[in-house]
Design a protein around this ligand. Structure first.
Ligand code: NOJ
Length: 493
């Protein structure tokens, strides 16, 4: 990642010039979801148990108040209605994920669940018949529990199993699905190998997450090459990965905070982006160096960060047709003056770095999801500058509240984040394919239903799970129709 610091500091903000509020031809609008967060039907028609089923049920057994996604928005039974909702808003595409254990209940090819295959087949047909492009994420965190029992992403056999699963998806759906995302937010889900907070709740800090990430990168590359070797010439689709990092900016102009921001970026974004998107490949040098030094100081015989040999560096490098970017907010980065802030890796490997938010940035649902539209333009430019002007697909971006139907803040969020996307396109020449609003319907937000991202309100206490379009859908509809942003929702500069 070259010149990252310069990009952080120099990313220009729009400075009073009249903004171009028109979307270029070909720019796509869509909405997203993930299987575990919306489908429900957790044990219907042959679906196997996932690591999220296991974790939420075991937490519920200890505390009956714990929410699960056993039913969630029940999209499994409401998919036709949801496709009509997408169509009504005017969306060009729907990003959804396939539940691996729904099609392969044990994760491997020993059992293929025809009902599961049929479900996604029907969903894809319903979308295509309504002129909505399906964009499919292969893995959005719900690993078959059976594979977890073998170690999950900590065991490199997962690379073979993931390839088998991807092969099945390309074979069954690749005639109609042309956009594939291998993994969603590895930076987030590998935390399941360093704490008990999220699935699979393997508490191996400093080791588990680096190991899991290593195998995720290899599995991603394996599937990209599988597509190249066996499917691309016929199916002519695209394969990428979705990465996330909230836009990090130095808290002050001090050299210490500027350096801390650079290190933080490499440990968050560079960890996954550098091996795939940089010209050199491999993990960022600063990350290799710091984890190796720290491991040595801990008396370990080798670095806790596994190494790629030359073959793997080359094999992983360049395995992308686009960059999937999830972006919600910004973070202020500073160097702490106490090591107490960094006792657990990767934080302790980075050094004592604090990521926090400005309390003046507005929020409604969760105080870590604050309103920072400037972050969108800056992050797009940073990625474009550092990764050879790669085409960026914004695969998630959205606002959370507590379920307001009259969600004027979500409308403001979308208009102003869109305006920042347009600044990146028109003023910074960033290549942006499209934007995905997260989420289409209210979802299970990984243990809670009270934080709501949906464009459609879901009544989770009604067994029929009725949907109600929120106010923001009317604004979105008109933006998509006119391909222009309404001035009245734009923040005054
Ligand atoms: C990113 C994750 O991919 C998604 O599952 C989650 O709901 C959103 N962030 C909001 O937290």
């Amino acid at each position: 990642m070259k010149n990252l610091l310069a990009a952080v500091l120099l990313a220009a903000v729009s400075c009073g010039a009249t903004r171009n509020l028109t979307f270029p031809d070909g720019f796509w609008f869509g909405a997203g979801s993930a299987a575990y967060q919306v489908e429900g039907a957790w044990n219907t028609s042959g679906k196997g148990e996932s690591i999220w089923d296991r974790l939420s049920h075991s937490k519920q057994a200890l505390n009956p108040q714990t929410e699960t996604a056993d039913v969630a928005a029940d999209q499994y039974h409401h998919y036709k209605e949801d496709v009509q909702g997408l169509k009504k808003v005017g969306f060009n595409f729907y990003r959804f994920s396939v539940s691996w254990p729904r099609v392969l209940p044990k994760g491997d090819l020993s059992v293929i669940n025809q009902d599961g295959l049929d479900y996604y087949n029907n969903l894809i047909n319903e979308l295509v018949n309504n002129d909505i492009v399906p964009i499919v994420t292969m893995y959005h965190w719900d690993l078959p529990q059976h594979l977890q029992d073998l170690g999950g992403f900590a065991n490199d056999i997962i690379i073979d199993y993931f390839e088998d699963y991807a092969n099945l998806l390309f074979t069954h759906y690749g005639d109609r699905v042309k956009w594939w995302i291998t993994f969603n937010e590895p930076l987030s889900f590998v935390n399941g190998y360093s704490s008990t907070m999220i699935a699979p709740a393997v508490n191996a800090p400093g080791v588990g997450l680096y190991l899991a990430a290593h195998n995720v990168l290899k599995a991603h590359a394996r599937v990209y090459h599988l597509y190249d070797d066996h499917f691309r010439s016929q199916q002519r689709g695209k394969v990428g990965i979705t990465l996330n990092t909230e836009y990090p900016m130095p808290k002050t102009n001090s050299e210490a905070d500027i350096n801390a921001t650079e290190i933080y970026l490499q440990f968050q974004l560079g960890w996954f982006a550098h091996p795939i998107y940089s010209s050199e490949g491999d993990y960022p040098a600063v990350m290799k160096e710091r984890v190796a030094n720290k491991s040595r100081a801990e008396g370990l015989p080798r670095s806790r960060l596994p190494e790629f040999d030359e073959h793997w560096v080359k094999y992983i490098r360049g395995t992308h047709d686009f960059y999937g970017m999830n972006l919600y907010t910004a973070n202020l980065i500073s160097l702490s003056n106490t090591t107490a802030d960094a006792t657990v890796p990767p934080n302790s490997d980075m050094g004592s770095i604090i990521a926090e938010q400005d309390p003046s940035w507005p929020y409604e649902g969760l105080n870590s999801f604050r309103y920072t539209p400037f972050a969108m333009r800056k992050m797009l430019k940073l990625i474009s500058d550092n990764y050879n002007n790669v085409s960026i697909f914004i695969t998630e971006n959205g606002w959370c509240d507590h379920g307001e139907i009259n969600d004027t803040m979500r409308a403001r969020f979308l208009v102003n984040y869109y305006a920042a996307v347009l600044d990146a396109i028109h003023l910074d020449n960033v290549n942006v394919i499209g934007h995905t609003t997260w989420a289409f319907v209210d979802t299970f937000e990984w243990f809670t239903y009270s934080t709501r991202f949906g464009l459609f309100y879901v009544n989770f206490t009604d067994p029929a799970r009725p949907r109600t379009p929120k106010f923001s859908t009317t604004i979105l509809s008109s933006i998509i129709k006119t391909r222009k942003l309404p001035e009245e929702y734009l923040d005054k500069e």
